[in-house]
Design a protein. Structure first.
Length: 385
């Protein structure tokens, strides 16, 4: 839950980071906002929506890792999340408002009285529609709220808590979550019943009411069409109600929340195992090539943000070594396969193993680190020499 003062701090941070986003070099994969993954903010902080209890949610695995480190939520593998932003027919002309959709699968937990409930951990469907978005000639995106705007008129959507994960299918720690206020679990099966929380703006009838909730600039969404940063603000309503039920408290008890997101760099990846991308869960070695023109800028000396890999949603493993090879567009890291796929889980022979490598890459122009993801799917073969 954001306090009123912290909301202003978040907006200030978003404004600063947005300026940095404009300075990224014009590399095709660097300018990625539409149709690529939105990550959590540069510090891996989750989104958070109130009033009442808070829904805390992550857009990518590095954020889930931080959430788990802080609150000891998962005893097994760290689940993944994936969210994208789309803007069909985006028109960067001040006269024409646009509609933007932010949607995907997030990892969510309930926080009540400031305490995270591990039993509530769930995969959730996130869907947010932002209206009245103005894209200026310099590609800055904003959507503001006015007196009298109806609930959901500017920003509206929902978080649907799933009884069974989809993106993380088979993850028992995300199955049959409990402890979601307003939603019930079947006493016999433990299954979670319908559990959809509306998100959006509420209605204010005076400028004083409006500014108490949203601050003087009244911005509910900001970003840059050529950059990487997105910032939104909204509140949630009670479970299984329409967006018209959303109420945002004002004054000293303001509970306007939202998220800041820094779109991840998506680099190509190649598991460099023998015999055509074969991974042996018994092997103590495993080379992975991160393929990008920005390979030399990948950060290797930050102990707080090492280059890590996970397999099939397992816990991240820090590379035993990372270094350049003669090809300037590749950085090669070694991740022991037997640590990525530890017994007794391992992997089934012939199945595809999803390997996700993540870390930070430094942009000299923006003068800051940005997260990246690099993926490949080698074939499991425990008989590989």
């Amino acid at each position: 839950m954001f306090s009123k003062s912290s909301v202003f701090a978040v907006v200030a941070l978003a404004a600063f980071v947005s300026m940095g986003a404009l300075l990224f070099p014009q590399v095709g994969e660097a300018q990625c906002l539409w149709g690529c993954d939105l990550g959590s903010d540069p510090f891996n902080n989750p989104g958070d929506n109130s009033p009442g209890f808070s829904i805390v949610y992550c857009f990518d695995q590095p954020c889930v890792v931080k959430l788990d480190n802080d609150f000891n939520i998962f005893t097994g593998g760290i689940p993944t999340a994936r969210v994208q932003q789309s803007a069909p027919g985006l028109n960067c002309n001040d006269e024409f408002p646009n509609t933007i959709t932010i949607s995907g699968n997030v990892i969510a937990v309930a926080k009540k009285n400031g305490v995270i409930d591990p039993a509530s951990a769930a995969e959730a469907l996130f869907n947010l529609v932002v209206k009245k978005v103005i894209c200026s000639h310099d590609n800055n995106l904003t959507s503001t709220i006015n007196v009298g705007d109806a609930p959901g008129a500017v920003i509206g959507g929902s978080i649907t808590i799933l009884n069974t994960p989809i993106l993380n299918a088979g993850n028992s720690e995300l199955s049959k979550p409990s402890g979601w206020p307003g939603c019930t679990n079947d006493r016999r099966t433990g299954d979670l019943g319908p559990c959809v929380y509306p998100l959006g703006n509420d209605q204010s009838n005076t400028l004083t009411q409006l500014s108490d909730k949203w601050g003087p600039n009244l911005v509910l969404y900001s970003g840059n069409a050529l950059g990487r940063v997105v910032s939104t603000r909204m509140c949630k309503g009670p479970a299984n109600k329409s967006v018209s039920s959303v109420v945002c408290k004002s004054g000293q008890d303001s509970e306007v929340g939202g998220f800041d997101s820094d779109a991840d760099f998506n680099f190509d990846g190649n598991w460099s195992g023998a015999k055509g991308k074969i991974i042996n869960p018994k092997s103590s070695t495993g080379n992975f090539d991160i393929i990008t023109p920005l390979a030399a800028a990948i950060v290797l000396d930050d102990p707080l943000h090492p280059v890590t890999a996970s397999a099939n949603g397992g816990s991240p493993v820090i590379g035993t070594s990372c270094g350049t090879i003669p090809n300037p567009t590749r950085l090669r890291c070694n991740f022991p396969a037997n640590e990525l796929l530890p017994p007794p889980t391992g992997c089934s022979d012939g199945s595809l193993v999803k390997v996700v490598v993540s870390g930070n890459v430094f942009s000299a122009d923006a003068k800051r680190d940005v997260k990246f993801l690099s993926e490949d799917e080698p074939v499991c073969n425990s008989n590989t020499p």
